[in-house]
Design a protein around this ligand. Sequence first.
Ligand code: SF4
Length: 49
Amino acid sequence: MNNQIKCNVKTCMYNENNRCSAECVEVGCDCCNHPKTDHETQCCTFKKK
Ligand code: SF4
């Protein structure tokens, strides 16, 4: 495991037992550059299994 990221997105190919196995992770926003809630942010590295 290359990072210390915990993640519960089980549909992502990088998820291994609730840990992220990606070499690096990019986090962004799917709506704007000024998110106000956690629902407005997203993991851009997500890849569907
Ligand atoms: S790439 Fe993103 S969504 Fe996928 S396991 Fe890592 S942190 Fe979770």
